[in-house]
Design a protein around this ligand. Sequence first.
Ligand SMILES: [Zn+2]
Length: 333
Amino acid sequence: MTHASPITPTIPLDTDGVFHGFLKLPYSRDDSAWGAVMIPITVIKNGTGPTALLTGGNHGDEYEGPVSLFKLASNLAATEISGRIIILPAMNYPAFKNASRTSPIDKGNLNRSFPGRANGTVTEKIADYVLRYLVPEADFVLDMHSGGKTLDFVPFAAVHVLPDKKQEAACVAAMRAFGAPYSMMMLELDSVGMFDTVVEEAGKTFVTTELGGGGSTGAQRVAITDRGVRNFLIHAGIVSGEIEHPDQAVMLDMPDDTCFVASENTGLFEPCVDLGEMVKAGDIIARVYDTERTGIPATVYTAPRGGILSCRHYPGLIKTGDCLAVIADVVAA
Ligand SMILES: [Zn+2]
């Protein structure tokens, strides 16, 4: 049987105006017997019109989305919009507060926890609430990721190949409107449990992003994100104004799993190509050094295919199985 969610919003979701509050998730524990996880939420509504659901902090160590959405929640007036914007700047709030990808409470990776469970772990309860109570309200959903502490990306918005080509075309149009320097037809190695998958299955116009990484952010990346969010809302018909196109708009594609290069040893990571550089098949992209002693030749990693280095391992040390690089096809400028 399906349980009702234990999560309750402290603000109305369907009243004109700007409301800042919380999704209150009861969480009884040693330091707070009748305590709750309080997930920040802002709802801005003005009359009738489409609804956009904007989310950041699906993973807790990815910052472009949260910076842009905390800012938007503080700055946008109801009179500037037609319709409704639901803003969750730090969706997996325990993970966000802990600056980690997954939740410190239950180790839950929110983006592998959908559809979630109303009577499950804290992370599963968040997934269940967002999917059953917020996603059905939305016409447009934008979920902003970046590489977190372990990856770094060229800034891109992305959509997936979908069985419904009309829906895919709507997603592609929204991705192009976002206007990141790169737009990606993204391949997922592990799509089960992702927010993307359930939102797409619900028939929504969905755009995701990878806007940077490394466990922090920067001025340029935030500017790209701010512009993208605004463009997305203009495209959705919620905010009026002109879409601001980027100087550069490159379409990328990840046609198959040869795009991913995994490390097959553990050691010190030497990147030999920077993000955004073009490589040919066979070009050296990285070396990994044994750190136990000197005098051991490095393991050399070469590009398995030509393309653009769109993602790289971020920390200075690397382990067997870590994603070392992603090489994507440049489809068209
Ligand atoms: Zn993420």
